[in-house]
Design a protein around this ligand. Structure first.
Ligand code: GLY
Length: 263
């Protein structure tokens, strides 16, 4: 039995990822950092992340960097993959449009695909699956038209969905993630959100808000290193916790969920 396996937990066998390009620091970011983003450090952090995915049984499909798209290693924004269909997104930031094309080619080898069509926009970072239900964040990247298109596609495969306004953070999953055992890990902004009822909540202290971007994969919790208060709270779930250094990713408004598409 895989630790923490429960009715809402999806088991993954593969992950798509993309090497960061040397120009990654030209990607979109709102984060002000005293130290400029460092490519060599990012490469080490990215490799460590992929090593963890492999060590817990996922086959990693690693794509080359896309020189015209410095954010393209945040592959999660380009597709929403379920057991039945992969929905290729239309990313919300103009600078990121086109990243989805090679991802669509890869996913088409494994599953049926569908698409979000303009004027709809969706970033996968706004889409949180919990069992048969999807929370679709409406944000600066995912517009209501895109959210509704995605919802209608998912509806056709027997999933339920609700939209949720992303009032803080870049994406919904910057602030809310499913961590197993019917529990959501949330920032204070989402602690009492009416659309997140029915789940237990672990609420993160505001100074550790970045740790909300914790990723549940096959019964393990991958969390950004350096958030001891959140780690202690997550330990109550009795799942294996693996901390990963994400310092350079964070400088580019990214996190652990964004760097792979699990399926
Ligand atoms: N740098 C990640 C994004 O803004 O999409």
């Amino acid at each position: 039995m895989i630790p923490g396996r429960g009715k809402n937990q999806i088991m993954f066998t593969r992950a798509i990822a993309r090497k960061p390009g040397k120009n990654f620091a030209q990607g979109l970011t709102t984060t002000l950092s005293e130290d400029p983003p460092d490519y060599d450090t990012l490469v080490k952090q990215h490799k460590a992340y992929l090593n963890v995915l492999e060590s817990i049984g996922l086959e990693v499909i690693l794509l080359d960097a896309l020189p015209d798209h410095p954010d393209a290693y945040f592959v999660e924004d380009t597709a929403v993959v379920t057991a039945e269909v992969a929905v290729i997104t239309n990313p919300g930031a103009k600078a990121r449009r086109g990243e989805e094309q090679t991802i669509a080619q890869v996913l088409a080898r494994y599953c049926k695909t569908d698409n979000i069509r303009a004027p709809g926009t969706v970033d996968g970072g706004d889409v949180l699956q919990v069992g048969k239900h999807f929370f679709i964040g409406v944000s600066e990247r995912t517009n209501p038209e895109g959210a509704n298109q995605l919802g209608r596609i998912l509806d056709g495969y027997g999933y339920t969905w609700t939209t949720i306004a992303v009032s803080a953070g870049l994406h919904l999953k910057s602030s809310v993630n499913y961590v197993g055992k019917n529990t959501l890990l949330v920032t204070e902004d989402f602690a009492n959100h009416e659309k997140l009822g029915g789940y237990k909540k672990i609420v993160i202290d505001s100074h550790e808000a970045y740790a909300a971007n914790t990723l549940l994969v096959n019964g393990r919790l991958l969390m950004p290193a350096g958030h001891p208060g959140t780690r202690k709270k997550l330990e109550t779930l009795q799942l294996e916790i693996i901390e990963l250094d994400t310092s350079e990713v964070r400088k580019m408004d990214g996190g652990l969920t964004c760097m792979s598409i699990r399926f």
